[in-house]
Write a new protein. Sequence first.
Length: 247
Amino acid sequence: GYRGTTIGRTAKTRSVRVLLRIDPGDVAFTGATGACGGGVRSDAVYRASLGGRGMISLRSREGRFIRRCGRKLRAEGSGRIRIAGLGPYRGALGVVPTKSSPGSLNVINAVDVNSYVKGVVPGEVPSTWPTATLRAQAIAARTYGLSTGCTDCNGFTLYGDTRSQVYGGIGIETERTNRAVRATRNMVVKHRGGLAQTYYFSTSGGRTESGFLGGPEVPYLRSVGDPYDWHSPLHRWRFRFSSAEIS
């Protein structure tokens, strides 16, 4: 656990923006009822298309121009949207030009944190694990999603992979993990009134690390023995060092 922390709740449900993919071409989607400030048909397929000077337009499945979106497309429906090549996601779709790859588009899922966690927990731990474990993972994942990430990442705050947390959207959700998320709605780990950074891992090797990957040490991330890791095949390990390396 995170020593010296407490479990609390956020004052209101917060949202996150997750980078799902960088697409070199148009981004196709369906299930939206609105996009770029106007209505669209939920049963139709639309495309976010990048034009000159970083401007995005909304087009039909066949490529017919519908309306200009500016430098960002936002499409949302009745709580979920389906993105071509990725599947269904809760929340809304955001598309912006990729700064690091001119001509490409960032495909972003803007979603409330509880819905986000539904797509994280089964991606990080087996859904067959005990209910208490799934609830603990939900709280850790929610806190991590809100306490880490960046504020200037070209339209998104989190990655949808191991750079943040593995996030698969509706396609990987299970009823057991969703129940764990609902039971812990808005619950987070707090330290001295603020959110703790709840880093976690699959294997400690028998002892945790102070801080995380060279990060600053904090009271709740101090190195401690981990007697519960004996199941892991990585619990016992050896390294051979030369005398030069030791000195």
